[in-house]
Design a protein around this ligand. Structure first.
Ligand code: ADP
Ligand code: ADP
Length: 224
């Protein structure tokens, strides 16, 4: 069963850049999916189309059983954008409660939901410190928690380990495993094949707007 099935996805930006040149891709339900490839390959563009942030030039397919861009479907996905930044003066717990409020979590549940998420990402003891005092890895764990406020079926993480040190990456890796154990599909964009990416159950390699390979990490390392 696939949570995302796309075929012939194309995007030509105004100005002429062809970011996606006929992409076909199936993302299995549950587990961690890695879309790997160099900067400029088209990974962010693809995720932004799936989230209806960018309009495709052409796109066929479904996400969670609905046409791409279908609004009720978007309520069932979470997103940590590339280079996400939350105000330095906010406390970690405040960021989660704020995003939960925006995401329509009822006020009576905001506190318990944010506590639960802070514990899940191991930030409960830091919830009353300001974002500005956190390491990059801690900021990203708050970023992972805010992506889960709506209890999404699919969580999109765009270059989540950018600038995070090895210890921070290990901590993020354990959070991603928890997301997977909760039955979510985790979709990671990354330009590296590092320790975090090694936990992907399925990976696709994108280059110059096309998928050049798809399979398990083991398949891909064997054939190369
Ligand atoms: P669309 O064709 O989807 O309307 P646009 O070409 O209008 O997209 O660009 C959307 C925005 O992204 C613009 O504000 C543009 O300045 C900005 N942008 C342009 N080039 C790039 C780039 N290489 N990377 C990221 N953003 C860019
Ligand atoms: P990746 O996420 O793999 O780094 P992107 O999807 O960000 O790739 O970019 C793919 C190509 O599209 C690049 O050449 C990039 O410069 C270009 N691009 C991205 N966003 C825009 C935009 N808004 N307007 C014009 N060109 C863009």
């Amino acid at each position: 069963e696939s949570v995302i099935d796309i075929s012939e996805m194309r995007k030509r930006y105004r100005g002429g850049v062809e970011a996606l040149r006929g992409v076909s891709l199936a993302v299995p339900k549950g587990g961690i999916f890695g879309l790997l490839g160099p900067n400029g390959a088209g990974k962010s563009t693809m995720v932004k189309i799936l989230l209806s942030i960018v309009r495709p030039s052409q796109c066929r397919g479904q996400m969670l059983g609905h046409k791409i861009g279908h609004k009720p479907t978007l309520a069932r996905v979470g997103y940590l954008p590339e280079h996400a930044r939350f105000p330095d003066y906010l406390k970690g717990g405040e960021v989660i409660r704020y995003v939960a409020g925006l995401g329509g979590v009822p006020k009576s549940l905001t506190h318990s939901r944010s506590q639960e998420l802070l514990e899940m990402v191991g930030m409960q003891d830091w919830a009353n410190r300001r974002m500005g005092s956190y390491s990059k890895g801690m900021k990203q764990r708050i970023g992972l928690a805010q992506a889960l406020v709506n209890d999404p079926e699919i969580v999109f993480l765009d270059e989540p380990t950018d600038g995070v040190d090895p210890k921070g990456r290990m901590e993020m890796r354990s959070v991603l495993k928890t997301m997977k154990d909760q039955g979510r599909t985790v979709f990671i964009n990354s330009h590296l094949l590092g320790e975090l990416e090694m936990i992907c159950d399925t990976v696709a390699i994108m280059d110059q707007g096309q998928i050049v390979r798809q399979g398990s990490i083991a398949d891909l390392t064997e054939k190369s």
